[in-house]
Design a protein. Structure first.
Length: 200
């Protein structure tokens, strides 16, 4: 089902008469590219526009840094912003970057891995763009933790900071850090941040 969204200002929230299954949500997303579409635990659908050029470079940089580290490290697999995760609370979210341990992926069939992954990543990163209200992203970070993420980073080039969320700990926010280091499952990962704070 393709929607005409030209007269609406994203993010747009829709509540279908019946909650879309993962397969239905995947087809709906495919029919409405390039919009990013997520489902919350109540079945409400949120539709977001693609980010601007600068936001796109930030997302790509963060995801590529995680990917390169994951390839060298070998313990897990990194995914980018188009990978959806079907979470324990019934929501289906797609972070800008994520890391999942290979040992957990090995327990899933090829068919399960081809769809929205039926688990919560150990580590996720969300990158704020100019169209993202900060308060909504902060709430989303807590959702990741509630669903089992060990570590979640909110990278905010707009306000110039990175907030670190970890299970059982208070949120820590760092103003324009040069580097942020992973802990726990992603110990050894370092995100060098200087280019996120520059104009180019």
């Amino acid at each position: 089902m393709s929607l005409n969204l030209t007269s609406l200002v994203p993010p747009i929230s829709l509540r279908p008469s019946a909650t879309l299954t993962d397969d239905e949500l995947m087809r709906f997303s495919a029919d409405n590219k390039p919009y990013k579409i997520e489902r919350d635990r109540n079945g409400e659908i949120t539709i977001m526009t693609p980010v601007g050029f600068t936001g796109g470079t930030h997302e790509l940089y963060v995801a590529s840094e995680l990917l390169q580290w994951a390839e060298r490290d070998g313990r897990g697999v990194a995914a980018g912003p188009n990978a959806g995760f079907s979470l324990p609370d019934g929501s289906c979210l797609a972070p800008d970057a994520a890391w999942v341990a290979r040992s957990r992926l090995d327990l899933l069939s090829a068919e399960e891995q081809a769809g929205f992954l039926p688990l919560c990543p150990e580590f996720i990163i969300e990158v704020r763009s100019r169209t993202d209200p900060r308060r909504l992203l902060e709430a989303k970070m807590q959702l990741w933790l509630d669903n089992g993420a060990e570590l979640a980073w909110l990278v905010d080039p707009i306000d110039g900071n990175i907030s670190v969320y970890s299970a059982g700990s208070a949120v820590r926010t760092f103003d324009r850090p040069d580097v942020v280091k992973g802990t726990g499952s992603v110990a050894g990962f370092e995100l060098h941040c200087t280019r996120l704070w520059s104009k180019r």
